[in-house]
Write a protein that binds this ligand. Sequence first.
Ligand code: AHR
Length: 520
Amino acid sequence: MKYFKSIPFFILTVFIISCEIAYAQKENTLIKLESNENAPIISKHIYGHFAEHLGRCIYEGFYVGENSTIPNSEGVRTDIINALKELQIPNLRWPGGCFADTYHWMDGIGAKEDRPTIVNTWWGGVTEDNSFGTHNFLNLCEELGAEPYLSGNVGSGGVQELADWVQYTNYKGTSPMSDLRRENGREEPWTVKYWGVGNEAWGCGGNMRPEYYVDIYRKYATFMSGADVDGGLYKIASGASNDDYNWTEVLMKNIPKNLLQGVALHHYSVIDWNAKGSDVDFNEETYFNSMKESWLMEELITKHTAIMDKYDAKKEVDLIVDEWGGWYDVAEGTNPGFLYQQNTMRDAMIAGMNLNIFNNHADRVKMANLAQTVNVLQAVILTEDEKMILTPTYHVMNMYKVHQDATLIPLSFDSPMYKFKEASLPALTVSASKDSNEKLHISFTNIDSKNGNTVSIDLNGLNVKNLTGSILSSDSLQDHNTFENPNKIIPRNFEDFKFKKGLLELTIPPFSVLVLEGVK
Ligand code: AHR
């Protein structure tokens, strides 16, 4: 009798234990949205871009010339202009990169037939005819509604040359440079606020030591004056490569704050500079290593910020990540000096992860520039003759644009891990913001190649009534858009969430980017 009585009890116990095991296995990550009273604005400039005279970025990319049969505005392709307008690009950095420290801006103004040529020594050794110059670039920025960010030549150009560029582009009154601008057909100045004082001064910009560059910076920045720009020019020092913390330390210690508004940082997701690997033909190990390099951005920003905090507790100087993105071997059969690569779901992961990192560091990171806009490295746009395609990275930037100038909502959670062999990485990055219309946006990137990750978020207190979502995902990591199949990867609506009484639960599928919008 005793034996029979215990059977139902035994069954019940087994049932409860198995329920508990099943529950424990279904990892559910709790994401806590914190109060945003003193949270920073996510500067729209985090969503900036970069266009260098490199390979087919400017020529055969943006610029096809006024006489091209491809529809254009002052020689710039209208399909590219429209795509970038849709993206609401807030700024565009130009003309380099390494090219900037070889560029003499006066070669690119005046009658095209009279412009001298130069050899693009950094990129493919091609002859540059200077047909795309200052007027083309600044007019393009005006058309895009984007702020221009000019990279000044400090490596091989003189102080007067850079000071003259500032006057040419910005001075309203009468001066030799503003008169020359008028002679070349532009009455009003363009009002260029953002100026880089050299690029990669530690490398292609002159192989300088930081102590030397600091003095060079101070000299150039001193003479960049007389510009009619509200609030003055915003000058950006050529910053560290990756974890060169000493570079940031020397700059922060020795450049007076009145001369310095931003300090740059460059970090590319490269697995090995001597064996970068194929853009499209990669295995999971390579993918994991790309994600590891991409995730390093979190540590780099944290550590460079800590150094900046030491010298600038009030956060008056900004961290500007003016080059970032994935870098692989060039696409098969293309010029090694042109850095043309395809763009797969791996790049979508790099984009989603880095933008979440930048958003969450919005108190110090005020600008970032993806390298590069068209046909170079992690491009948002690829062209082939008259054809143009948008890459997965374009779609991520487009989905995330909702964060531009919105107030950050800080959040906390313990990320589930993406495990590969003995190693692991946080699988999820997430950022949230509230825009000026009180709309809530949460962006998630799950880099795990195999597992979806379930999250719960308590939205009570945020007064959200309706939620909509969009997702970028595909069947394989190597998937990409091609000129034959341009819409293989495009965002789709996402409704696969439970949202009840302010509690949200959803599963972010493997290697996907997801953005939710909540309205009152
Ligand atoms: O974006 C390509 C190159 O990478 C840039 O010209 C240079 O600044 C960096 O090394």
